[in-house]
Design a binder for this molecule. Structure first.
Ligand code: GCB
Length: 610
């Protein structure tokens, strides 16, 4: 007998598989909209919030807001949305109350809002945009389930025009349970902040609108041709879009057929580089829709073992960073992003690794503006379930969402498809497919992954390398591998035919704890590891960049040593970024002395003078 046929079957307490119906309706990369500069009606601010450890909202369908039985008699419910506490969105719940700090599971967010159709034009379409919610969100509007999104760090959208009324209730069940088959999986080296940690807004668009706009130099080494593509959504599938770049006196028509159009035209943009981060304001219009964009033009290439920006060989003087602050967790603010970038610049960086998941879209926008090259990454981290089809789909979707969101950012030079994954057949198949997907979506950037060395053969030898443009290597000689002498041997044993960037090296140091080199967790020991690393790495001709681990200490539930106190303390700065450990200065000196590509800088200076 089926469970449901039992005479006393009561759905909210007996139905074990209450979730699968929600999984039938998922939103993903196809929902993304190019929306820079588009007016938004913000839904940020105070939301009512309830911690729902046993998923009672989904089991008992609170979103139906039924308060009476069929005969109108009051019916007991376990919620009273309007009396719940109010919390700010965006934020992560862990930092709002001490008792939420280690909570992982479901939380219910709800708010009401008014909508005024009068502002809009007849036929307008309305979309609900979430910047990100970690790690899944099930969304309900006016008692209707509108879909769910999986993946905690990328934006997602729902078309909601038909459901909107003058008064509306939005309800979102966010769940940050770590899962074996998730991306990331259950085991990571960072704090699993939960919540709607990026902005929420409504967008009003015309009936036919520009869903996607992609612009770049044609990567042919001439710096004289621009390619642009447009995808429109709506009834008017044929026509012409118009691209205007006033500072270059460019106005071109892009013919649109069956919703898509592409064009290549000659142009002579001032090239974007960290030293000269030129950006161009532009508009694309189609019918009633006008989209603004601000983008730079540059060419990044890897050839003959080198990395080239606009034809000049470069060294990636970088540092890795998480997206986190002590006060706000991963709901970082614009001033916090700017502060991180300013600190990296102070260290002499021209490049940063945004680990280990897509950071806020503001990061790449700001990097465009201040002149920092970026490595962007998806959380295919450690022991992902590489043999699981749904895990692959989730990873591919997050990669697509990241690329579609950021592929107009000149600052982004590398897409990374993962970090420190064991070289198994399943992983090779999974990650080589991701590499192909990244290439299909964007042929103007380099593809990499943070690989590990083969500790048995003492060699750089990971089968994924043959698919990559740049080989990322994480190595912790002097720390997890105390026998430092293995590192030079690894380099002697390796003949990579592609540029290598050391995507991580480092050592723990408790800020302010001095002591002698050799004493673990002291600043002196961290400094000694950095000095040895830099001495060794600077002598390896195929090493074309560094992003030591990490700019500042970050929360990490795996770190239980008394000096760590639940932080990963490999930062060059303390967690509050106020204190510089001595290794920061060592990096600054190293970048100032060894790795500046002087010819390149002179060329750029000439460029400015002209
Ligand atoms: C790594 C990981 C990074 C960790 C770091 C560490 O190799 O890629 O996520 O935080 O090591 O400190 O152990």
């Amino acid at each position: 007998m089926k469970l449901q046929d039992a005479g006393n079957f009561t759905e909210n307490i007996h139905l074990v598989d209450y979730l699968s119906e929600y999984y039938q309706k998922q939103t993903g990369a196809d929902s993304l909209i190019s929306d820079y500069g588009r007016p938004r009606e913000s839904l940020d601010g105070g939301w009512q919030f309830g911690v729902d450890q046993y998923d009672n909202c989904l089991r008992s369908r609170w979103y139906d807001e039924v308060h009476t039985d069929e005969d109108g008699r009051p019916y007991p419910v376990d919620f009273s949305f309007d009396d719940w506490e109010t919390i700010p969105v965006p934020s992560c719940w862990n930092l709002l109350r001490e008792r939420y700090f280690l909570y992982e599971g479901s939380c219910v967010y709800t708010r009401t809002f008014t909508f005024d159709p009068v502002f809009g034009k007849p036929g307008e379409r309305v979309f609900l945009r979430f910047g990100a919610a970690n790690s899944s969100a099930k969304v309900f509007l006016n008692k209707q389930y509108i879909g769910m999104h999986t993946g905690g760090y990328t934006p997602f959208y729902f078309e909601v025009g038909e459901l909107l009324e003058a008064q509306n209730r939005l309800l979102v069940v966010v769940n940050n349970t770590r899962e074996r088959t998730g991306v990331p999986c259950e085991n990571t080296d960072w704090f699993n902040y939960g919540g709607i940690h990026r902005e929420v807004a409504l967008l009003r668009l015309p009936e036919t609108f520009i869903r996607d706009f992609f612009i770049s130099l044609v990567p042919d080494g001439t710096y004289s041709r621009i390619q642009a593509s447009v995808r429109v959504d709506g009834k008017e599938q044929n026509g012409a879009a118009v691209l205007n770049i006033p500072a270059m006196d460019i106005r071109v028509e892009i013919p649109i057929r069956d919703g898509r159009g592409e064009i290549v035209f000659t142009a002579a943009p001032r090239l974007w580089s960290p030293e000269t981060p030129h950006l161009y304001d532009m508009t694309v219009s189609y019918g009633e829709d006008i989209l603004t964009e601000r983008a730079g033009f540059r060419e990044i290439a890897a050839r003959d073992g080198g990395i080239y920006l606009n034809g000049n060989e470069i060294f990636l003087r970088g540092v890795s960073t998480h997206e986190e602050s002590v006060a706000n967790g991963n709901a970082v603010t614009v001033p916090e992003i700017r502060e991180n970038f300013a600190l990296a610049r102070e260290m002499g960086c021209n490049y940063m690794r945004l680990a280990h998941y897509p950071h806020h879209e503001n990061a790449a926008r700001i990097a465009d503006e201040v002149g920092l090259m970026l490595w962007e990454e998806i959380p295919v981290y450690w022991a992902i379930a590489f043999d699981n089809d749904d895990t692959y789909k989730n990873a591919e979707n997050q990669l697509s969402e990241l690329i579609l969101r950021d592929r107009n950012r000149a600052s982004v030079v590398i897409w990374s498809v993962g970090n420190e994954n064991a070289d198994t057949d399943e992983r090779l198949s999974f990650m080589s497919r991701l590499v192909q997907k990244a290439r299909d979506l964007d042929s103007t950037r380099l593809i990499s992954a943070a690989c590990m060395v083969d500790l048995k053969a003492l060699k750089i030898d990971d089968r994924l390398e043959s698919y990559l443009d740049v080989i990322g290597i994480n190595e912790y000689f002097g720390w997890y591998e105390p026998d430092f002498s293995k590192l030079p041997r690894i380099f002697e044993n390796s003949r990579p035919d592609k540029p290598v960037v050391i995507s991580e090296f480092g050592a723990d140091a408790k800020a302010g704890v001095r002591g002698a080199p050799g004493r673990l967790y002291t600043e002196a020991n961290q400094l000694a590891v950095y000095e040895k690393q830099l001495e060794t790495l600077s002598g390896i001709p195929y090493v074309k960049g560094l992003s030591p681990w990490i700019l500042y200490d970050f929360r990490c539930p795996r770190r239980l040593h008394a000096l760590q106190n639940y932080y990963n303390i490999k930062g060059l700065l303390s967690a509050d970024k106020r204190y510089k450990k001595p290794a920061f200065e060592a990096m600054r000196k190293f970048y100032a002395a060894h790795c500046l590509n002087r010819e390149y800088i002179e060329a750029q200076n000439d460029n400015i003078k002209q």
